[in-house]
Ligand binder design. Structure first.
Ligand SMILES: NC(=O)c1ccc[n+]([C@@H]2O[C@H](COP(=O)([O-])OP(=O)(O)OC[C@H]3O[C@@H](n4cnc5c(N)ncnc54)[C@H](O)[C@@H]3O)[C@@H](O)[C@H]2O)c1
Length: 267
């Protein structure tokens, strides 16, 4: 992408869901700008692909296979990342799962708990662990979570997913208040419609070629003028906003939930 900026030289970042579309985009953007990357994902194969890309940037990367829904695994991942780089300056809570838009009478307690464990509990406990280390080492760190425009306005009618993303915005605000005295900023990004593998489950469920569902939803949103910029977003669109929030240019921002969504959401 030819980013000339090197805003993160000497910094290290921990990114969850780093094997996925947006997580890989964020990992590579921060690495190209000079950060060493602790890349975490539950999926070893996807993580390995991201690691190859990180190595190509010339930065150091370590792969941490971890289920962010498991508190013990989170603790271990934080420890391993800190042992590898000595400190974490930037944490990006990006791993997330959907509830495949099941109707209210189809959602069972197991699905509810799973979505909340990955989208809410994991980001909180990982943020807590890393923030405690930042405080101890007097690091003016940056914590960024990937929420969703669905956490602001529930357009698709999803229940567990949209409400979990709203909870993540609430956690962002709570942590922003409590960590401000330590110079740590905490913000969220709310992506709109981004072309990534998260949509492929719906494609497979409906026996459609991969990429069909996001295109269908995008086409409808564009026809209805909800998607004002008339294109589906890319992981690079989100990575650019994360890099901004992780940089000193955003040092006067905390507790914000920034929409990156082609104008789909205004609140
Ligand atoms: N793509 C979109 O349209 C969109 C829109 C709004 C918000 N988001 C959010 O962006 C984030 C990234 O999503 P994406 O679109 O890149 O999806 P993706 O499916 O491509 O990536 C998600 C990654 O998270 C990993 N993951 C899932 N459960 C995990 C767990 N328990 N522990 C560790 N890793 C786990 C997956 O293996 C995958 O690599 C998610 O939080 C998602 O909710 C995406």
């Amino acid at each position: 992408m030819g980013n000339e900026l090197k805003r993160f030289a000497g910094k290290s970042a921990l990114i969850t869901g780093a094997g996925g579309g947006i997580g890989r985009g964020i990992s590579l953007r921060l690495a190209r700008e000079g950060a060493d990357i602790a890349a975490c994902d539950i999926d070893q194969e996807r993580l390995d692909e991201t690691m190859v890309n990180i190595k190509e940037t010339g930065r150091q990367g370590i792969a941490l296979v971890c289920d962010v829904a498991q508190e013990g695994e989170i603790e271990n991942t934080a420890k391993r990342a800190l042992a590898a780089f000595g400190k974490i300056d930037i944490l990006v809570n990006n791993a997330g799962i959907g509830d495949t838009n099941k109707s209210f009478d189809e959602i069972d307690a197991d699905l509810w708990d799973k979505v909340y464990a990955v989208n809410v509990k994991g980001p909180f406990f990982l943020s807590r662990g890393i923030a405690m280390d930042m405080i101890e080492k007097k690091i003016a760190g940056k914590i960024i979570s990937i929420a969703s425009t669905e956490g602001k306005t529930n357009r698709a009618g999803s229940l567990a997913y949209a409400s979990s993303k709203r909870a993540l915005i609430g956690i962002t605000q709570g942590l922003a208040i409590q960590l401000a005295p330590h110079g740590i900023t905490v913000n969220a990004i709310c992506p709109g419609l981004i072309d990534t593998p998260i949509w492929h489950k719906a494609d497979r469920d409906m026996d459609l070629p991969l990429g069909s569902m996001v295109k269908m939803v995008g086409d409808t949103a564009m026809e209805q003028r909800q998607l004002k910029l008339l294109r589906i977003g890319t992981p690079d669109d989100i990575a650019a906003a994360v890099a901004f929030l992780a940089s000193e240019d955003a040092s006067y921002m905390t507790g914000q939930a920034i929409n990156v969504c082609g104008g789909m959401e205004f609140s």
